[in-house]
Design a protein around this ligand. Structure first.
Ligand SMILES: [Zn+2]
Length: 128
């Protein structure tokens, strides 16, 4: 895992263990399939106009677009997203991961933990 800044590393280790496990699974998919190390660009920083999931410590963003570069092809990105949503299916209608942009910003992977699941126990069945 690569952190855009040292501050993000601290923030990463302050979020619920389950969200860290989900992020680590995403990292493993990126490395295993595409030999790419994902870059965390946002953890707790507020996103103007968003639902507050980042401030609540339930959201992590990973870089997709960066200048002229993209992390993997759109097709491969959709594979990663669907694998994450399959592995960590929520009990409501929302998605665990999506590829999107917000307020005209760069497209990124947004990973989120369902509200009320902050204290979920991480057991071996979750880990690969
Ligand atoms: Zn986000």
């Amino acid at each position: 895992m690569i952190f855009k800044s040292e501050k993000l590393k601290e923030e990463f280790y302050s979020v619920p263990a389950m969200l860290q496990v989900m992020a680590t699974h995403f990292e493993q998919l990126c490395v295993a399939y595409y030999k790419k190390e994902p870059v965390i660009t946002r953890v707790r920083e507020k996103v103007e106009g968003s639902s507050g999931v980042h401030e609540a410590g339930r959201g992590i963003d990973f870089r997709y677009e960066h200048g002229d570069e993209i992390f993997v092809s759109e097709h491969d990105a959709q594979f990663l997203v669907s694998e994450m949503n399959r592995k960590f299916t929520r009990t409501d209608s929302r998605k665990t991961m999506m590829l999107h942009s917000f307020n005209g910003g760069p497209k990124h992977f947004h990973l989120q933990l369902q509200a009320g699941h902050e204290n979920d126990e991480v057991d071996c069945s979750v880990l690969i």
